[in-house]
Ligand binder design. Structure first.
Ligand SMILES: N[C@@H](CCC(=O)N[C@@H](CS)C(=O)NCC(=O)O)C(=O)O
Length: 206
């Protein structure tokens, strides 16, 4: 399989998951800051022009963070990631979707790419502050959910941790936001894992 990512983008969460599971894959770097995702070569592979994406061995492409994470866990690490019950499966998806769709897409995107939300330079700081409010509100919920547990769903790692890992890479390591202490400790624990270290090294982030 070929995994398409951009260094330091949300695809870092899938990179972490691939390394955590220990699957053989080929990495394909698409540098968003150079606009590679909009160039013909990548559009032919993924017309959505987004990362992460996985080109599977049967030639089909899989996109969307939650779907890729679900597929990887189901097909390559079922025992490691199998939810205990249907209710737990729902709660994992609920948490992952909240992190990706709200904290990342609505919050962090406004902070990191404010120009996508307004044509007026004078509004950029307002957009960023609005994004920061969304991130901090989400971080409050997630901090309460995490409590003193090692992982966001409790004692076991789940695919929701892949999402919390990349968002905390942005919030803690890149933006140094004033986040709840347990989320900062979570990021420190997660980023010290060998799989996280390998993913960050492969992306040239450490
Ligand atoms: N809904 C997609 C969103 C992925 C996404 O927004 N990826 C960003 C990087 S974090 C991207 O590819 N941005 C390129 C662009 O917007 O041009 C998912 O869940 O995977």
């Amino acid at each position: 399989m070929k995994f398409y990512y951009s260094p330091g983008a949300c695809s870092l969460g899938i990179h972490f998951l691939l390394e955590e599971i220990g699957i053989a894959y080929e990495g394909g770097a698409i540098h968003i800051q150079n606009g590679d995702q909009l160039k013909d070569g990548y559009i032919k592979i993924n017309p959505k022009s987004k990362v992460p994406a996985i080109l599977r061995d049967d030639g089909s492409l899989l996109t969307e963070f939650g779907v890729i994470a679900h597929w990887l866990a189901q097909t390559h690490a079922r025992e490691q990631f199998e939810p205990d019950s249907f209710e737990q499966e729902l709660r994992i998806k609920e948490t992952l979707d909240y992190i990706v769709a709200t904290m990342h897409m609505q919050g962090f995107t406004r902070i990191l790419r404010p120009q996508k939300f307004t044509p007026n330079d004078g509004d950029l700081v307002w957009v960023q502050n609005y994004g920061k409010d969304i991130v901090m509100k989400a971080a409050g919920f997630l901090s309460t959910q995490l409590g003193d547990n090692p992982f966001i769903m409790g004692e076991r790692m789940t695919i929701a941790d892949a999402a919390l890992f990349y968002t905390m890479f942005w919030g803690v390591a890149r933006l140094k936001l004033d986040l709840p202490a347990n989320l900062i400790r979570y990021f420190e624990r997660m980023s010290a894992r060998p799989a996280a270290q390998r993913a960050m090294q492969l992306e040239g982030l450490i």
